[in-house]
Design a protein around this ligand. Structure first.
Ligand SMILES: Nc1ncnc2c1ncn2[C@@H]1O[C@H](COP(=O)(O)OP(=O)(O)OP(=O)(O)O)[C@@H](O)[C@H]1O
Ligand SMILES: O=C(O)C(=O)C[C@H](O)[C@H](O)CO
Length: 298
């Protein structure tokens, strides 16, 4: 049995050094909320699988190759001959503000089916992680998320759900209508305060508070943990990085306060580096943030 399966769309990312309209140079990589969580968990030593569709094209090969290099299992991924891999363009205007532009309508990732999801769960998983992005991609991906969530719940596994509302994809009103029933099925519900307002509560709710850290409420109590004080280079992806750390703690059986601390650490690593997943820590690197200023890793 694998530790964690994630389901969703991963795109090729293009990150410009200046404005797109100026004809700047760009760096290619990959981006996808769920695959960032898979990479984060894999670096922390958990076995993970990514389930999704890419086009039968070079951006799709970049997605699969990158995930494989991060030891994320891609054996259930589908290469779709009839649609391209989606693209996401990042344009960082200030250290805190990054513009996002999608080229993903009709992408291979948006053709995900319930059957893809069930195939991806073959062999069983301890944890399924899904987000509110996939249901925004169309009826097929929405059905895939429901099928996966129902299957894992029936098998006794944990389901984590990060609301991840993407306003470029749909309105808050529509997101609330579609995501509330999914949030009810989650064992661990994660979001920002505004996102959690969209879907209502749950038994185990984790609130991401940016530079203020995070809090968790379970039937046993509530805990908060402050963020690490670090220099922010690129805040995009911090939420998914946090989720990877938090879920790693859950898989390790840690108490909620320790899960929060691990999530704050992985979130801090993400904001200190450019890119969503590139700076995520290995397990050996986790204590780095707790070293005194000026000390070195031996
Ligand atoms: N400025 C910061 N300094 C230190 N840690 C941070 C900072 N911003 C975010 N983090 C860490 O990352 C976690 C998630 O950040 P945030 O609440 O901004 O998520 P988010 O809104 O989902 O972000 P995004 O959608 O950009 O990925 C925080 O709970 C915290 O642990
Ligand atoms: O917006 C999406 O659909 C993504 O999956 C991209 C990520 O959310 C973005 O890179 C921040 O994590």
């Amino acid at each position: 049995m694998i530790d964690a399966v994630v389901l969703g769309e991963t795109m090729m990312s293009l990150r410009s050094t200046g404005g797109w309209r100026l004809g700047s140079t760009a760096t290619t990589s990959i981006a996808g909320a769920e695959s960032t969580v898979a990479i984060g968990l894999s670096r922390l030593g958990h076995t993970t699988r990514w389930v999704g569709r890419v086009g039968a094209d070079e951006p799709g090969e970049l997605v699969l190759r990158t995930l494989r290099a991060e030891e994320v299992d891609t054996s259930a991924a589908v290469r779709d001959e009839d649609a391209p891999t989606g693209l996401i363009l990042f344009e960082q205007r200030t250290p805190d503000v990054t513009r996002v532009l999608y080229h993903r309508r009709g992408s291979a990732g948006s053709r995900l089916t319930a059957q893809d999801a069930l195939t991806g769960l073959t062999g069983g998983t301890r944890l399924l992680h899904v987000t509110g992005i996939t249901p925004a991609l169309g009826p097929g991906p929405l059905a895939a998320v429901h099928a996966a969530v129902d299957h894992v719940r029936e098998s006794g596994g944990l389901v984590s759900f990060d609301v991840n509302h993407r306003s470029l994809l749909w309105s808050a009103r529509e997101a609330s209508r579609v995501l509330t029933p999914l949030a009810r099925k989650a064992s661990v519900l994660i979001g920002s305060p505004a996102e959690l307002d969209l879907v209502g509560g749950g038994d185990h709710v984790v609130t991401k508070l940016g530079a203020d850290g995070a809090r968790v409420r379970t039937p046993d109590g509530s805990w908060t943990a402050p963020a690490y004080r670090v220099r922010v280079v690129d805040p995009v992806g911090a939420g998914d990085a946090f989720t990877a750390g938090y879920l790693s703690g859950v898989l390790d059986g840690l108490p909620p306060a320790d899960c929060l601390a691990r999530g704050n650490a992985t979130g801090a690593f993400a904001v200190m580096t450019t890119g969503d997943w590139e700076g995520l820590p290995t397990r050996a690197e986790l204590p780095l943030l707790d070293l005194d200023r000026g000390s070195t890793l031996r």
